[in-house]
Design a protein around this ligand. Structure first.
Ligand code: SF4
Ligand code: SF4
Length: 327
């Protein structure tokens, strides 16, 4: 049961067997829940003599997991994976075996990038099975006036319980808990509400290319790729073939990749479409704030600020977005 726990002063996500270990104080885990949905590395299939070795290796068994205490920002990232990997059988097999237990306390983020406070009306746009709304959450004043308190939580909070799927309902009812409200998922975005900031950023990126921003960032960035690893919405991967020496055996796998790496855009013959750091860093922003909005009508960034927190040269997404908007 991977959950947020506090270790050596940081919030990490670890498997727990004792509910007392669970940390529900609303702090953002250092790393996101991404790896449970899109693993760092996964085998796709084995082959022998250029053919699939056996059918079993195509869809490996997926273990069942409950992700307990997932914050709203990481849940929004799951909305993106659900869209991007909609037709991916590996993702879908894994996704079916994940139970999301969301939690309403909004992480406190230095240099808030986007408005992300919890309000009950965002629940229909979040992909959870069970959701615990904390009555004491500073960002959910409305809930303090809501009727009966339901559960007593690990942080001393009192929760109102929601379900967002039949799976969530079945689990609660299996344990004899019926005092919940069911919310029907109605897609990742609110109907008829254009996100003004998304539109501004997309417009600036597509129609007002300011080379100076990217050249300046390109001189600072050391292409370590930490931002992409820490980012919950970076999902790019590469495909690896590992042929064995004997018996013409081999394994195909995929693993996380980063558009900051020099090989990312390399094609046969050695040509790199992104042949300098300025182009690579521009590509990253363009993907999140122009191409993903074009495709899904929401941004490829949930505003968690993890990319800035891990960047060794202090590149802060908040500042870059301001520069794009003011360029
Ligand atoms: S703030 Fe940075 S790490 Fe967080 S989602 Fe946006 S780009 Fe990714
Ligand atoms: S973490 Fe900073 S230095 Fe490293 S690739 Fe990202 S922007 Fe560049």
């Amino acid at each position: 049961m991977p959950s947020a726990v506090k270790k050596t002063g940081q919030i990490l996500i670890k498997g727990i067997s004792n509910p007392d270990e669970l940390n529900l104080d609303g702090q953002l885990p250092f790393y996101s829940f991404k790896r449970f949905f899109v693993p760092e590395k996964e085998g796709l299939f084995d082959y022998q003599n250029n053919k699939l070795r056996d059918k079993k290796s195509v869809y490996p068994e997926r273990s069942q997991r409950a992700l307990v205490g997932m914050n709203i920002l990481d849940m929004k990232a799951v909305n993106l994976y659900d869209q991007v990997f909609e037709k991916d059988p590996y993702y879908q097999a894994r996704r079916r075996n994940i139970l999301i237990v969301g939690y309403s306390l909004t992480p406190e983020i230095e240099n808030n990038i986007f408005e992300h406070k919890y309000e009950e009306d965002i629940l229909e746009h979040l992909p959870f099975d069970i959701f615990l709304a904390d009555y004491n959450a500073p960002s959910s004043r409305e809930l303090r006036n809501s009727p009966p308190l339901k559960l007593r939580g690990g942080s001393g909070g009192l929760y109102k319980v929601f379900t967002g799927s039949i799976k969530g309902q079945r689990i609660l009812e299996h344990f004899g808990y019926k005092d919940y409200e069911h919310i029907q998922f109605s897609g990742p975005i609110k109907e008829g509400e254009a996100d003004k900031r998304m539109e501004r950023l997309r417009d600036r990126l597509k129609n007002h290319h300011n080379l100076k921003i990217w050249e300046e960032l390109g001189q600072r960035c050391i292409e370590c790729g930490k931002c992409t690893l820490a980012c919950p919405t970076c999902f790019c991967f590469r495909i690896d073939d590992a042929p064995a020496i004997k018996e013409n055996l081999g394994e195909r796998s995929r693993c996380w990749d980063s558009c900051y790496y020099q090989e990312f855009s390399e094609v046969v013959g050695g040509h790199k479409f992104l042949d300098n750091t300025a182009k690579r860093i521009h590509f990253w922003y363009f993907h999140k704030f122009a191409r993903i909005p074009d495709e899904f009508n929401f941004m490829g960034c949930v505003g968690c600020h993890r990319c800035a927190a891990v960047c060794p040269v202090g590149i802060d997404i908040n500042k870059v977005l301001e520069d794009i908007e003011n360029s």
